[in-house]
Design a protein. Structure first.
Length: 210
């Protein structure tokens, strides 16, 4: 029997995750069955269960993937001295996160914002998912805290503000922006970028001042 390439395995896993994400965003976790997922991805039960044991594992994999990519992006920024200004950094990371999932569409709208809201709702019922989200949120928050420390070291931000307070505020701004998209429709990340730029009064090194 010919061995299946890793590329094929990765592509099949991606197909299943994207199909499940669409189903969850469209109908919510509890209204979605594994049969719905099988129909969405047009695969047999055996093909899907080779990768995931059920809905719970699918949900966890989707959440872990998103949080992992966001954490890595902010950790990379934290290693720079100084990191990009908050408005540019947030726009870059959020823009990449949305772009990676732009093919996922429900009723003509991007599915990712709706999926985020579904995840939050599910954490109220699902203790394991809540713990996964808490761990991921904590790692992103810690990375943001290190970014703020770099800003303070470079004299870009007041030194008398607790880094974790800024980290929580930046994450809240992003989550709020995603919620707005879920409720009121898509908006370009430049909206959030420009709002943060105006509020913080911070500029990149080559940004004209007037």
């Amino acid at each position: 029997m010919a061995r299946v390439s890793q590329q094929h395995l990765d592509a099949r896993r991606r197909q299943i995750l994207d199909g499940a994400a669409l189903c969850f965003a469209r109908n919510g976790f509890h209204a979605t069955s594994m049969q719905d997922v099988l129909k969405e991805v047009d695969l047999s039960a055996g093909a899907v269960y080779r990768y995931f044991s059920g809905k719970e594992e699918l949900i966890g994999a989707i959440v872990a993937e998103v949080l992992g990519s966001v954490r890595e992006a902010f950790e990379e920024a934290a290693r720079q001295s100084p990191p990009p200004p908050p408005d540019e950094l947030v726009a870059s990371v959020l823009g990449s996160t949305l772009a990676a999932r732009e093919s996922l569409v429900v009723d003509g709208r991007p599915a990712f914002p709706r999926l985020v809201v579904q995840v939050w709702t599910e954490t109220l019922r699902n203790e394991e998912l809540a713990l996964l989200l808490e761990e991921g949120y904590g790692s992103v928050r810690a990375a943001w805290g290190r970014i703020v420390e770099r800003y303070q070291e470079a004299g870009m931000m007041r030194a008398d503000v607790e880094p974790d307070h800024v980290a929580r505020t930046m994450i809240a701004a992003v989550l709020g922006f995603i919620t707005q998209q879920s409720l009121f429709g898509p908006a370009p990340v430049e909206v959030l970028r420009d709002g943060l730029r105006a509020l913080t009064g911070m500029r990149g090194g080559d940004t004209p001042t007037g």
